[in-house]
Write a protein that binds this ligand. Structure first.
Ligand code: PEP
Ligand code: MN
Length: 348
């Protein structure tokens, strides 16, 4: 939409209209009492981009306001209402399939990883999570076991059969991560690391993309667009809490993002209650709310002995409580018409 200045002449308006039509787009003029507005209608599929005509600098133009979504491949219009359903090692994510992704914040030891993996597998988890490369606020904090962590995840996957989600922070570790990971996690802090996004796009492995701490949904979808644009369609988005003025809890879990993202995009939407809450007591109620509001899955932290955890201890669920938690989440997901992949919906 091009808004002309009050001082714009008839010639100025005509010059804008000609430029739009010359680019193969349609120009629709609206005469206001004081200003003229020109609606320019391009064709996204044929890439007639009015945005690139440089109309901002044209004589008589006050401002140019894009009304088309800046993302294309991620937009709901792209698939004409059809939702993307990912297949991760035979487990579905999206549509009517709910993903319960669970595991430790970070891989600490063989014992801790195997114990957690067994507990979450027995309780019906869909995927195993666990960080080998950790984005820590402090450079002095534990940074993850790296290659050794990946090796332990591979062992847990071999024993339980659970596909693995693990974070990639540095392109240099891509090959090592790809050997083990079924899903690459891009953490909140790297949501706008465009070089990393393009690289995982080219790698082609499914990606779990977390929303940045202060990112809008538009920005999240633009980040997803970087991955999709490289030919990788397997992206799931993750709401993990955003920074607001409220400081009674660590982050504000934006559950409204779930139904709103469903309007904006065809991609599956996962919720991480653990990192938003920062403490265990909040994790179950937030998980139930997320499932009931229509999330396509939950990624949650679990530890056999959270008191001894190297990181995020206070928010990690106890392995012994996980089966009960999983059942409660499964019931809440049924309220939204979803079931764990490969299972019948449980009665809510
Ligand atoms: C994580 O899931 O391990 C993590 C660090 O989360 P976030 O990037 O959302 O902080
Ligand atoms: Mn964590």
């Amino acid at each position: 939409m091009i808004v002309m200045k009050e001082t714009a002449t008839e010639e100025d308006v005509q010059a804008v209209v000609e430029k739009i039509e010359g680019a193969g787009a349609l120009a629709h003029r609206i005469r206001g009492a004081r200003v003229s507005v020109i609606g320019a209608i391009g064709d996204v599929e044929q890439d007639v981009s009015v945005a690139n005509l440089g109309l901002e600098g044209q004589q008589g133009v006050d401002r140019v306001m894009p009304i088309l979504k800046p993302y294309k491949l991620a937009s709901a219009q792209m698939t004409h209402g059809q939702r993307t359903v990912l297949d991760i090692g035979g487990r579905k994510v999206g549509g009517e399939s709910f993903a319960l992704i669970a595991g430790p914040c970070t891989v600490e030891s063989r014992e801790q990883t195997m114990q957690t993996a067994r507990a979450v597998a027995d309780a019906g988890a869909t995927l195993l999570r666990g960080g080998a490369y950790k984005p820590r606020t402090s450079p002095y904090a534990f940074q993850g076991l790296g290659q050794e962590g990946l090796r332990l995840l591979a062992e847990a996957k071999a024993e339980t059969g659970l596909p693995v989600v693990t974070e990639l922070m540095d392109v240099a570790d891509l090959d090592a991560v790809m050997e083990v990971a079924d899903v690459v996690q891009i953490g909140a802090r790297n949501m706008q690391n465009y070089a990393l996004l393009a690289e995982v796009g080219r790698a082609g492995l499914p990606v779990l993309l977390k929303r940045g701490l202060s990112s809008t949904l538009d920005e999240l979808l633009m980040a997803a667009e970087y991955i999709l644009k490289e030919g990788n369609p397997a992206v799931m988005l993750c709401e993990r809490g955003i920074r607001t003025f409220e400081n009674a809890y660590r982050f504000t879990l934006d559950l409204m993002a779930v139904p709103v993202l469903k309007e904006m995009t065809h991609l599956p939407v996962i919720v991480d209650p653990s990192h938003a809450a920062g403490r265990r007591e909040l994790v179950t109620p937030l998980s139930l709310a997320a499932a009931a509001v229509g999330a396509d899955g939950i990624i949650v932290e679990v530890h056999p002995n959270p008191e001894e955890a190297i990181c995020d201890g206070p928010q990690q669920l106890r392995t012994e409580d996980f089966a009960e938690y999983a059942l409660a989440v499964e019931r809440a997901a049924a309220l939204a018409g979803k079931a764990l992949s490969g299972r019948e919906p449980v009665l809510a």
